[in-house]
Ligand binder design. Structure first.
Ligand SMILES: NC(=O)c1ccc[n+]([C@@H]2O[C@H](COP(=O)([O-])OP(=O)(O)OC[C@H]3O[C@@H](n4cnc5c(N)ncnc54)[C@H](OP(=O)(O)O)[C@@H]3O)[C@@H](O)[C@H]2O)c1
Length: 316
């Protein structure tokens, strides 16, 4: 029988991380999660998640991001996937150092999972945010570590929650810009499955993979119409002009200036769809045509029946 790669996830208890851990287990990979030590201060939901991981057969390794500790774990695995939170992005330098010393890692996926950061030029606060992720990419390339860089585009449930606010009783929905720019909203479980697939795929070594399935490309106006059809309610649109958004990006203090700059990039300028998928590019749904991903239609149906909880991160 084919020997499955052992996968280590940093940030596996996080918003996207828990999906990635579950996908790794479901595809039969021995899976390890490196997590900060659990103690009496740890929130009950994280403790519960760690118990769930234990019962799924996941190996939890508790420790700080300290060289000797992470080196020891990295030496035991084949693939490292990092989904640390954005403020911890530069901490990945420690993981890169440990991977260099260990010398056994077949693939490293750093904490990208958003826009294709090497191809867009957003407003300064988002630019500064992306600069850190770009620096990490350049360090990985310089170190000669086999990598895959993932552009997952929008986390679908995360942005449906943010844009449509299905968990609130309301009759109006904010629209950023004129609502016409196309974005890409991918369901988190699919992002996780694609990620485990690309991490193991020889075709994706030292390549960028963009998650842009055709049924998940949608504008805000189209998303609102679809939601209106599904829930049988009409909403008033509260347009937030580009000028207002740019002004906010210039006047809000850091880090609150980052989410508005992301909204500008994704929903006003349409940066996710501003470049063609070329011959050099790898697109996830084309790489795995047999994988039955969740369309926007199906994602909204999930919201009608059993709405996924909003993320407790920057966008609320
Ligand atoms: N495309 C999109 O729509 C989108 C949306 C959100 C995020 N993202 C990107 O996805 C990646 C992962 O983001 P996420 O939102 O899933 O992350 P998250 O849930 O905020 O955090 C992930 C994990 O980071 C770990 N961590 C380590 N040190 C930490 C510290 N000092 N404080 C807080 N957490 C710490 C925690 O794991 P332990 O507690 O186990 O140590 C946490 O569970 C990032 O690169 C982010 O930019 C993309």
């Amino acid at each position: 029988m084919e020997k499955k790669n052992r996968i280590l996830v940093f940030g596996g208890t996080g918003y996207i991380g828990k999906n990635i851990v579950k996908a790794s287990v479901s595809l039969g990979h021995p899976t390890l999660v490196y997590t900060r030590p659990l103690n009496s201060q740890t929130c009950p939901s994280k403790t519960q998640l760690c118990n769930d991981f234990n019962s799924m057969g996941v190996t939890l390794v508790q420790g700080e991001l300290e060289h000797d500790q992470i080196l020891k774990v990295i030496k035991q695995v084949d693939i490292v996937i990092c989904v640390l939170a954005y403020p911890q992005v530069m901490e990945q330098l420690k993981i890169i150092d440990a991977i260099k010393v260990a010398g056994n890692i077949k693939r490293f996926l750093p904490s990208d999972f958003g826009v294709e950061e090497d191809r867009i030029n957003p407003l300064p606060p988002f630019q500064a945010f992306l600069d850190k992720k770009r620096n990490i990419r350049r360090e990985i390339e310089a170190a000669g570590i086999p990598y895959t860089f993932v552009s997952a585009n929008c986390f679908g449930a995360y942005f449906v929650n943010y844009l449509l606010r299905p968990y609130e009783k309301r009759d109006k929905i904010a629209v950023y810009g004129n609502g016409e720019s196309k974005a890409v909203l991918n369901y988190e479980e699919d992002i996780a499955m694609y990620t485990i697939k690309v991490a193991n795929d020889p075709r994706t070594c030292n390549r960028i993979v963009i998650y842009r399935p055709s049924k998940n490309i949608i504008s805000q106006n189209e998303l609102i119409s679809l939601w209106e059809q599904k829930c049988g309610q009409n909403f008033r649109k509260d347009f937030v002009t580009e000028e207002e958004i740019v002004k906010q990006s210039e006047t809000l203090p850091h880090p609150e200036n980052i989410p508005v700059s992301i909204l500008h990039s994704v929903f006003v300028r349409g940066d996710l769809m501003a470049f063609e998928i070329g011959e050099e590019d790898l697109e996830a749904s084309e790489l795995y045509p047999d994988y039955n991903y969740t369309s926007i239609h199906q994602l909204l149906d999930i919201f009608l029946v059993n709405p996924p909880a909003p993320a407790s991160a920057a966008f609320q």
